[in-house]
Design a protein around this ligand. Structure first.
Ligand code: HZT
Ligand code: MN
Ligand code: MN
Length: 437
């Protein structure tokens, strides 16, 4: 087969364009990227969210690790670092900036270690688990157990899983994970699955996601969203205007179209799904990062010290999600005050949640584990029974916030890419960057 030298290549080890392209030029009318894949083959196959080779590279990077990985992560490799080029320093000398950098060092290293767990866990599932035919509760349980193992789970206060594994398929964009007792769901060759999971150490949360598709038909959809997220990341920085980031994301995303079963669709940014700031023990802080240009305060800017999850979603549907299906994800309302509870079952469940998850999100699957969600806290005596009424009651009184699945229109396909980023005094660091995405 002949390779066209001019063909744009895209693959796990190809550069992200962030270095060469910090400020993409805007064209009035951009030509849509071709929808079909009938052109010459590219040199590197498109990364579709699974390790195409299996049993290869990633475990060789640290020779302490086995394949599959079993050795707890103790290293904290740097993420992808971009020193600020011409940051107006407002009177701070370079020495003062470096001093602030040193003060933050421990926190940054904690994030880096959590990010390394994320990379190793996703490498594990990409190589050993994700395939057509895998059952989703199996996939989630094994992914989550590997996280517990590599992070050395020690309860919500110290280290563990940061939130339930999202494995949302096709028109379901986010916040789906299987509930106990559901009919088994088997991943299909033609599915588009967003895998979104979190790792935390001392409440420092890494939130990162990618999209899995086996059928090359979806390549342009995945590429649109991956590029849009990378564009958002490249525009982030101290003093960056949040509305400019949303605009860059939307413009990149919507320069693509995708042909699915012979029909060409424009790729739309999902306008009501957002990136977000991350605070300690709190998956979403006060700041949102839209993936469209309108509707945000033009004066909002990113600040030094901030941590953000930059995430974008693309869709072949409406580009707008609504709540749907049975809820699996729940989280304590961060500033819920004291509420007297009349049902003993509600008091018991709340006490379990406080001790096991604190303010971190959790799911029903974890409540029904023998360890109730944390072996460190409960050993094998944590399992909750007959808790469904109590769960509903805690939502009704506002102590818990349900986070139901988010759906675009039936028959549509949605994709997501997400990374966690920190704005250090001397530069930004994409903590969760790997050589996969
Ligand atoms: C909620 C519940 C979870 C936060 C974003 C997200 C997955 O859509 C402000 C902006 C985990 C995370 C979240 F279990 N959400 N990132 N990864 N979901 S969000 C949100 O609710 S709040 C976006
Ligand atoms: Mn996420
Ligand atoms: Mn997120």
């Amino acid at each position: 087969m002949v390779c066209n030298e001019d063909e744009e290549v895209e693959g796990p080890l190809v550069d992200t364009g962030l270095l060469s392209n910090p400020k993409p030029k805007r064209k009035k009318k951009k030509k849509k990227k071709k929808a079909s894949s009938s052109s010459a083959p590219s040199k590197t196959p498109t990364f579709r969210g699974v390790n195409p080779e299996c049993f290869t590279d990633i475990y060789l990077k640290y020779d302490e690790q086995t394949d599959p990985p079993t050795v707890p992560v103790t290293v904290a490799p740097e993420g992808e670092v971009f020193p600020y080029e011409n940051r107006a320093s407002f009177g701070d000398s370079p020495a003062e900036i470096r001093a602030r950098e040193r003060l933050q060092e421990d926190v940054v290293n904690t994030f880096r270690q959590a990010a390394e767990v994320h990379r190793q866990v996703r490498g594990f599932v990409q190589t050993h688990l994700i395939r057509p035919g895998v059952e989703l509760s199996d996939l989630c349980n094994q992914l989550e157990n590997k996280t517990r193992e590599l992070v050395q789970e020690r309860g919500w206060l110290e280290r563990g899983i940061a939130f339930p594994t999202g494995c949302s398929i096709n028109h379901v964009a986010a916040h789906y994970t299987p509930n106990p007792g559901d009919d088994p769901v088997v991943l299909q060759y033609d599915d588009v699955m967003k895998l979104d999971f979190g790792v935390q150490i001392n409440g420092r949360i890494i939130d990162s996601a990618w999209t899995v598709a086996f059928n090359p038909m979806y390549d342009n959809l995945l590429m649109a969203v991956k590029e849009a997220t990378n564009m958002g990341l490249s525009h982030a920085g101290v003093d960056a205007r949040i509305c400019d980031i949303g605009e860059a994301i939307q413009e990149t995303m919507e320069s693509y179209e995708v042909e699915i079963h012979g029909k060409t669709h424009p790729v739309k940014a999902i306008r009501n799904l957002n990136g977000h700031s991350i605070e300690q023990y709190r998956i979403h802080g006060k700041h949102y990062i839209p993936c469209i240009k309108d509707g945000v305060d033009e004066s909002a800017v990113m600040e030094e010290g901030d941590v953000y999850a930059i995430e974008t979603f693309g869709s072949t549907g409406r580009g707008y999600v609504v709540d749907g299906m049975e809820c699996s994800h729940y989280m304590k309302a961060f500033d819920a005050g004291h509420v007297p509870l009349r049902m003993q079952s509600s008091r018991r469940l709340l006490s379990h949640i406080n001790r096991t998850f604190g303010t971190l999100a959790f799911c029903r699957r974890w409540l029904e584990r023998e360890d109730g969600g944390s072996f460190h806290v409960h050993g094998d005596n944590g399992k909750q029974t007959k808790y469904v009424g109590a769960l509903k009651n805690l939502c009704d009184v506002g102590i818990l916030q349900p986070c139901p699945p988010l759906l675009d229109v039936p028959g549509s396909y949605t994709a997501q890419y997400e990374h966690t980023l920190i704005l250090k005094p001397t530069g930004k660091e994409i903590l969760s960057r790997g050589d996969d995405y």
